[in-house]
Structures are given as C-alpha cells and as structure tokens.
Design a protein. Structure first.
Length: 364
C-alpha cells in the first residue's frame, strides 16, 4: 500500500527554514527568483493543502513530492522510496558515488544592471513605442473589447516586434538613449544590445503619475504555466534588469480610486466608466502597492474599492492573497471596500463590457 506523506512529514529533513509553530502556511526564499542575501521570501509553503508556490515568478510550484525531489536532488519517481527509507528505517537512495547526496548548485548569474531611474525608463519606453506599430489582429482584439481607435492610440498599445531586436536597440542608442538598467533590454553573447521578447503579444504601458514605469505583455497564446500576461523584463540576462510588478494609474488622482488586477483591465474599465483605476499586475503582486498608496494618500486619496476577478471566491491561493491585500489596506489611513458582481463574469471589465455594449459574451 502506498504511504501518503504530508508537508509536515518531509520538512524536517529538507535543508530549508522550518515552519513557525502553529502556522498552517509560511514563506521562505524562492530558489528561482529571490536574490541571495536579501530578505525576499516569496515561496509560500501551505502545510494544510500540501502545496507550494512562488507567486513572484510563477515557475516554482507543486506538491509534497516535487518539493522533496528538488531540495534533495533526486528523481521524482524515487521520492516515495527515499521518504519511506528516511522516515521508517532503511537506506535512503544514494546520489552519486560514495553515497553522498547530490547538492543543489546555485545557477550561474550573469552580471545585472541596477534599475534605471523612472525618468530614464519613461524616455526609453516612449521612444520604443514610437518605433512600433499595432498589428491588425491585435487592433481587432482591442476593438472587440469596446475600445475605439482613438482610445487605443491614446493608451499607447503596440504589438511586440517579432524581428529586428538588435536594430531597434541600436536605433535607440544612436539617438542617445541609455539602455543599461532599463528592463526588457540586455546585451547578448556578442555584446550587442537587444530585447527580451520571447513571445508575441500586445505591449501594454504601465504608467504612474504620467510616466511609463514598464510594460505588461498580453500574450497571443497562454503559457502552460504563468498565464497570459508577462512582465517586460530582462532579468538574468547580461546587463539586464528585472521588470517589477509596478502599479499602473489610469485617470486623475481622486478621493476614491478602484484597485484592480491587470493593466488592460484598468484601461478598459476607465474607458467605459471614467473611474480612476489603480492596477497591480496580479492580486499576489503587492510589493509596490504600499509605496503607491504612500504617494497617493497625501495627494487626496481617501477611499479604495477593490474589484479583483471573482475567482478569488473559489481559488484558495487568490483568496489567501486577497486576505494579505486587506491586511495591507487596513494599515493605511484610508477606508476601503469591495465591489462584487455576477460571478458569471470573472473580471469587472467583462461585466462592464456586456453591460455597456449589450452584445453577450466578452472576447477572450
């Protein structure tokens, strides 16, 4: 009979921080995306559900056996045998000669650039947008969402380039722009500046108080892991810089703002309603929200209404992140509440689109 093991069974033998007493979940540094020597702890280990996930990179997730295999350096199909031997007597599976277990080696890190100031990023990104166009299929997608050509132009949406990355980067350099420290740009193995565009999609500017902080990319095809949106980032590339989960502010600063998930959703809801929107890339991406609220509260923001996708009512991971959001808002000198709508429409943009356009199902 196959034995069933819990997180609490395997954690004591893993070379990672142990859970605090009485906690059903806790965070440790993610081995894939958290920087060594910092206090970053984005990997969440849920003892009750026996799963782990890093919401920051979205790439490190799984169950009990996956976590054990990674940190013990053995094949996953050997995990059950190894756990049984360790916990119930017997010989653990040797790895390599001499019975020594394979140790995880940190990945080789390429030299990274420090993040360029916001003003420099804004200049480079605006110059980049001026060199790009919007493909007909992307324009049609945006028009089906209810945006007009005028709105699309004002929002600055463009298609990611599919060729000519070196030429685009060089044209920016020739005009005196500095790409060092601008997320999305890096130098290849030949030392030439290029762009970190791995998949085709719509480039969505993320603006804050009038300046472009970075981009989200809405992919044409959903990734197997990580969803349909990417941050324009060149982290882990030579002289690259990480695109962070910056906030996107749409509309003038008002006493009441709406907090939503995703740059495009914020743009669409603002277009239809005129409401001032503050967007974060995802409900789990809260690291820049607190700083944004510190900026906006002195400018007059007094009330925040959250309007995240309705799947937080049934997705435990999103629900947990929402609780963290509520805790963060509770520490601010503001009042806050939550908008709810018919769950048949997951996002507020979908719900408003159908209400305003009266054409049935919103586009995918």
């Amino acid at each position: 009979m196959e034995l069933r093991y819990q997180m609490t069974d395997i954690l004591p033998v893993l070379p990672i921080p142990q859970p605090p007493h009485g906690r059903s979940a806790y965070n440790i540094p993610c081995p894939l995306c958290d920087r060594p020597g910092t206090r970053e702890k984005h990997l969440n280990i849920n003892l009750k559900r026996n799963v782990y996930r890093c919401p920051k990179c979205g790439q490190f997730q799984g169950g009990v056996f996956d976590l054990y295999a990674y940190y013990m350096g053995i094949p996953r199909d050997k995990v059950l045998e190894d756990i049984t031997a360790r916990l119930h007597g017997g010989s653990p599976i040797p790895s390599g000669s001499g019975g020594s277990r394979k140790k995880l080696q940190p990945p080789l890190m390429k030299p990274q650039a420090s993040l360029a100031p916001l003003e420099e990023r804004d200049r480079v990104y605006r110059a980049l947008l001026s060199r790009l166009t919007l493909a007909p299929d992307h324009r049609e997608n945006l028009l089906r969402r209810g945006l007009t050509d005028e709105a699309i132009e004002r929002l600055g949406y463009k298609s990611t380039p599919v060729v000519g990355f070196h030429a685009l980067a060089q044209s920016l350099l020739d005009e005196g722009y500095t790409l060092f420290g601008v997320p999305g740009f890096y130098r290849d193995e030949d030392g030439r500046w290029t762009m970190a565009v791995w998949r085709r999609g719509i480039l969505i500017p993320g603006t804050y108080l009038g300046k472009i902080q970075g981009f989200q990319i809405r992919l044409d095809n959903k990734m197997k892991k990580g969803g349909k949106f990417l941050t324009f980032s060149s982290r882990d590339e030579l002289d690259g810089a990480m695109g962070e989960n910056w906030c996107h502010l749409v509309g003038p600063v008002r006493e009441r703002i709406l907090l939503i998930e995703g740059y495009m959703k914020a743009d669409i809801v603002n277009y239809f309603t005129g409401q001032t929107m503050l967007a974060i890339p995802g409900v789990t991406s809260l690291q820049h929200l607190e700083a944004a609220l510190r900026d906006l509260i002195p400018l007059g923001v007094r009330h925040v209404m959250t309007c995240f996708d309705m799947d937080y009512l049934k997705n435990w991971h999103v629900e947990n992140a929402y609780r963290n959001l509520v805790a963060l808002l509770g520490k601010q000198d503001i009042t806050f509440g939550t908008y709810l709508w018919v769950p048949d429409h997951n996002g507020l943009d979908d719900y408003i689109w159908e209400f305003c356009m009266n054409q049935g199902k919103a586009p995918e």
